[in-house]
Design a protein around this ligand. Structure first.
Ligand SMILES: Cc1cc2nc3c(=O)[nH]c(=O)nc-3n(C[C@H](O)[C@H](O)[C@H](O)COP(=O)(O)O)c2cc1C
Length: 158
């Protein structure tokens, strides 16, 4: 399969999970790792005001060549970050695609996965699985092992 792993990460935790997923998936599939970036870096609360149309830096939004798409986000205020939401809203050719969602947070993910799923299902996509990795400390090998086993499960259940 041709797999895309797109993620936003401000302080690196979600990026570590994305990289752990990539390390596992690339053993048997072609994987593109794509970091979503806003055009302008701001404080977290400032993004919220412009959530509907946040400009992103050269976003990889056309999914036509991908068979499976992972999208990862940090949790901000019990929700996906506005940057992640802007990315999901912009996606093209999502109809009929299979998605896997992942989130990182300290403790309380709130409605993060649900909100991401809603945007995607409205576009005609299917969310096949999701995971939230909680940690108040920097992600260690055991937490990254959870991500790896999750990727293994996703592949088995497809
Ligand atoms: C503005 C802001 C809001 C946050 N809100 C939550 C929250 O609602 N629930 C939670 O468990 N963690 C929350 N966190 C913690 C982050 O979700 C967590 O540190 C995450 O792993 C950071 O990912 P990153 O390192 O990829 O940016 C928040 C962090 C920030 C900066």
């Amino acid at each position: 399969m041709n797999i895309l792993i797109a993620y936003y990460s401000k302080t690196g935790a979600t990026e570590k999970v994305a990289m752990a997923l990539e390390r596992f998936l690339r053993k048997s599939h072609r994987v593109t790792l794509f970091r979503i970036k806003p055009v302008q870096e701001m404080k977290a609360h400032e993004y919220k005001k412009r959530e509907k149309d946040l400009p992103l830096l050269q976003p990889l939004i056309n999914l036509k060549d991908f068979d499976l798409v992972f999208v990862g986000t940090p949790v901000w205020n019990f929700c996906p970050t506005p940057i992640t939401v802007s990315y999901l809203r912009r996606l093209v050719s999502a109809k009929g695609k299979r998605f896997v969602l992942f989130a990182t947070c300290t403790a309380l993910p709130g409605t993060t996965i649900k909100r991401m799923s809603n945007i995607l299902t409205t576009k005609g996509a299917t969310v096949v699985d999701s995971i939230t990795i909680r940690s108040i400390f920097e992600l260690d090998a055991s937490k990254l092992g959870i991500a790896e086993r999750f990727a293994e499960r996703v592949l088995k259940e497809l």
